[in-house]
Ligand binder design. Structure first.
Ligand code: MN
Length: 131
């Protein structure tokens, strides 16, 4: 797990710093983008093991960006986990419909965040081994 690359696309500075600190402290190599446009460019360049995608972003939103990644043969294998502040019924379905592999609700729970992220990466590693 150590050394796995995670790209965080999040425009909220506090959430971005919190997620980055938690993941970096656990050995992940973390990159970040503040907009979907920048995040898409970085995802194509870095091909990270996991993309944490805030849904509410300035300009293009995270759902559109996820659809973009999942429509592109070069990036459709990337694991994308949505980050949403709306813990509303139906949000999970919206996230999955956009192509997300899962989603996390904000505020970030510091006690469970890293373990949850690791759980999303584990099946992705398996998938790449089997490719
Ligand atoms: Mn946001």
């Amino acid at each position: 797990m150590t050394g796995n690359k995670i790209l965080i696309i999040e425009d909220n500075q506090l959430n971005l710093e919190l997620a980055t600190d938690l993941l970096a402290a656990n050995g992940f190599v973390v990159s970040s983008a503040r907009t979907a446009e920048e995040g898409l460019r970085m995802a194509r360049e870095l091909l990270p093991d996991l993309v944490l995608m805030d849904f509410s972003l300035p300009g293009m939103d995270g759902l559109c960006a996820t659809k973009d990644l999942k429509a592109d043969p070069a990036t459709r294998h990337l694991t994308v986990v949505g980050l949403t502040a709306h813990a509303m019924k139906g949000d999970e379905q919206i996230a999955l419909n956009a192509g997300c592999d899962g989603y996390l609700t904000k505020p970030i729970d510091t006690r469970t965040f890293v373990a949850t992220v690791k759980n999303f990466i584990a099946p992705a590693n398996l998938r790449q081994t089997n490719k």
